[in-house]
Structures are given as structure tokens and as C-alpha cells.
Ligand binder design. Sequence first.
Ligand code: FES
Length: 92
Amino acid sequence: MAPLRSLVCFCEGVTTEDVDRALEEGFRDLESLKRRLRVGMGPCQGRYCIPMLISYLSRRLGVPPERLAPPRVRPPLEPVPARLFLGVGDEG
Ligand code: FES
């Protein structure tokens, strides 16, 4: 019987086993784990998984959760109106 897997990131299908493997490979902070596993890069942008990942890492690494900085948010440099992507409203 296959071992039970716990999902950390529902959007990207990242499990605790994936996180453990990445930790063994040397990825030990949220930013590098995000790049390695795509955790937090799904449609919810980490709203659900980043707090779970911080909690899991805190227990695995023995580090207080407040010392694990959340990944940097990279918003667009300037807001872009959606109509520009649709090609509407630029006739005049
Ligand atoms: S649950 Fe991880 S990005 Fe949505």
C-alpha cells in the first residue's frame, strides 16, 4: 500500500514528501522552496499553502514560524487596465 501523502499546496499538487525531498536537496527557505516546487505559485497565489508551509517548515527545521519570512510578492510595476488585454476601448 502506498504511503499516505499530505498535500501542502493544493493548486500545484505539492506534498509534504516533495517538501522533505527539497529540504534534503538543500532548499531550506521559503523563497527557494517556492522556486523549486512552485508552491504558492498557483491560482490562489499561496493564500492557503504558504501558512501551511511555514507551519510545516517550522516543525521540521525547529525554527519559530516568525523567523521564516514569507516569499516576496512581485506585483506589476504599474497597474494595467484589463481592457488593454482585450483590445477594447482603445478606438478613441
Ligand atoms: S494552494 Fe498553493 S498556490 Fe494555491
